[in-house]
Design a protein around this ligand. Structure first.
Ligand SMILES: NC(=O)c1ccc[n+]([C@@H]2O[C@H](COP(=O)([O-])OP(=O)(O)OC[C@H]3O[C@@H](n4cnc5c(N)ncnc54)[C@H](O)[C@@H]3O)[C@@H](O)[C@H]2O)c1
Length: 344
């Protein structure tokens, strides 16, 4: 049992209170300055507004101004913040962290390093910590097919914890794992992070096939499956280019998460809107205006830039998605050309 502080009271942060409590920990849930409405709903005994699931009242809620108190005495910290806010939240948390405290991250995405190069999140997060914490707080990447609403109600879920020091990942897994939230461990942090970021991108393409089916009333399963296979190939290429292992990209954190992300969620929904014929930019604007972050859009831009910076080729599906997001005509034809074998 440990004191577990979860930073971010969105869907995933709140969902993780369920296994963390079930495993016998003292759990704190801190809401960012964007989460006031969520905390108000939870305090009023209402279900979590994002996942429509009640959150166990034994999780202690902390407002954004109470970050120091939320982190006081914490033995495990989970960052469940969207990619565009995670650096800022960690920067604010840093004065209240101590060396040796494991930092678990559910966040999926890329960012820029100080030289303007696209990179994975763990080194970028380490860069905002002062020296003794940058070296002293092990980062544990969380990957795998985990829909927040299912984790929150205790449905069987397989996740993978990755840390350069696999012993840290194992101890974190021992503290948070339950009979239904089962955890594998690995030292392949880069493989998890690359796969996790990219599956959001490729889920947009899977959604496009769904949108075509919704419009025409006939399935496009073959195109969707070919897209899935090409996505798996490209995720392996990107994971290895970023220092990870191909096997991670075809495991829970890669194809496992791609499957669940392609079934539901904001990236798939966005792709479906494009597949139904909505202009990519207008559909995105509407979703953003409704407070729905589509992380795969930013990740696609980062990944295209990364491929450019590192002269990676053989990523035709990434190329097609990038074009579609930029407003290219005939999205279905672009995806099709990228995933069907070249020979007739
Ligand atoms: N929902 C899932 O099923 C799921 C599963 C696994 C991993 N994840 C990942 O976990 C992360 C959080 O996802 P979520 O579903 O909880 O999202 P969410 O939108 O429900 O919550 C996002 C959290 O990040 C904070 N946030 C967003 N933008 C911010 C900003 N600009 N500055 C500071 N804070 C900001 C919000 O306040 C909130 O606490 C994402 O990277 C997501 O990919 C989600």
């Amino acid at each position: 049992m440990a004191v577990v502080t979860i930073l971010g009271a969105g869907a995933m942060g709140a969902a993780l209170t369920t296994p963390a409590l079930a495993a016998g920990n003292a759990v704190r849930l801190w809401g960012t300055w964007l989460d006031d409405g969520i905390l108000a709903a939870l305090r009023a005994g209402q279900p979590h507004p994002r996942i429509d699931v009640p959150i166990d009242r034994t999780a202690v809620l902390f407002d954004s101004g109470d970050l120091a108190a939320a982190l006081d005495g914490a033995e495990l910290v989970i960052l469940a913040i969207s990619s565009d806010g995670v650096v800022e939240v960690l920067r604010r948390a840093a004065p209240h962290l101590r060396a040796g405290l494991p930092l678990l991250i559910t966040t999926k995405g890329f960012g820029y390093d100080p030289d303007g190069k696209v990179g994975l999140l763990p080194p970028l997060l380490r860069a905002v910590l002062p020296g003794e914490l940058a070296d002293g707080c092990p980062i544990v990447a969380i990957g795998g097919p985990c829909k927040a609403n299912e984790v929150a109600v205790g449905r069987p879920t397989a996740a993978v914890f990755g840390c350069a020091d696999v012993g840290v990942a194992e101890r974190a897994a021992d503290l948070l794992g339950t009979a239904v939230y089962r955890l594998a461990t690995t030292d392949d942090v880069d493989g998890i992070e690359a796969s996790a970021a990219m599956k959001n991108v490729y889920a947009i393409a899977l959604g496009i096939a769904d949108g075509l089916a919704e419009t025409g009333g006939e399935p496009w399963h073959n195109l969707k499956a070919a897209t899935f296979a090409q996505a798996a190939t490209e995720m392996q290429r990107l994971a290895t280019a970023l220092g990870g292992r191909a096997e991670t990209a075809v495991g829970l954190a890669g194809v496992g998460d791609l499957e669940v992300t392609g079934l539901s969620g904001r990236n798939k929904v966005y792709g479906a809107r494009i597949g139904r014929g909505e202009p990519a930019t207008a559909a995105l604007d509407e979703m953003v205006a409704a407070g729905q972050t589509v992380e795969g859009v930013a990740a696609a831009r980062f990944a295209a830039e990364l491929a450019d910076q590192r002269a990676l080729d053989s990523l035709p599906l990434l190329g097609a998605i990038t074009e579609v997001l930029a407003g290219a005509e005939e999205p279905a034809a672009r995806i099709t050309a990228a995933v069907l074998p070249a020979r007739r």
